[in-house]
Design a protein around this ligand. Sequence first.
Ligand code: PNS
Length: 165
Amino acid sequence: MPTLAVYPGSFDPLTNGHVDIISRGARLFDRIVVAILVNAEKSPLFTMEERLDITRTVFKGFDNVEVDTFDGLLVDYVARRNAQVIVRGLRAVSDFEYEFQMALMNQRLNDRIQTIFMTPAEQYTYISSRLIKEVFSLGGRVSGLVPEMVESRLREKVRPTAART
Ligand code: PNS
């Protein structure tokens, strides 16, 4: 049976760390679905349409990468898609506790679904969507840390507020 993996997240915005994990996942699994969480509680910088558009554009050349949205419980979405695997990226020990907790809860909710942790290339281990937004909004450079499309969208959306001395 072909292995279908789901890589869930907020992707607000997509970083090169995410791109690296998705590319590795596409080599490892028959198909990988990037599943963007629809979360009404958070106020994301990028709309769902923008996040879908960015991720689909970046992975245009990949036949086995699909981009979708989900809401509700992740395990329910994974089961609906007949997927067997949840992929999560582990950057550092600091990620571990939260990820371990989620993996165990998801396992309790549906024991047929397996969480697999993947590590990104070393140069991406410190990147997070939150840091990208913070650094960019304060006037810092994020080139090489996010796809070019994300960088240009950030330039359109965010006016850096840094007071340069
Ligand atoms: O990129 P993020 O924000 O770290 O991703 C978190 C995500 C989307 C994987 C997590 O919040 C999630 O799975 N939410 C869906 C609701 C759910 O299933 N919650 C129980 C998780 S144990």
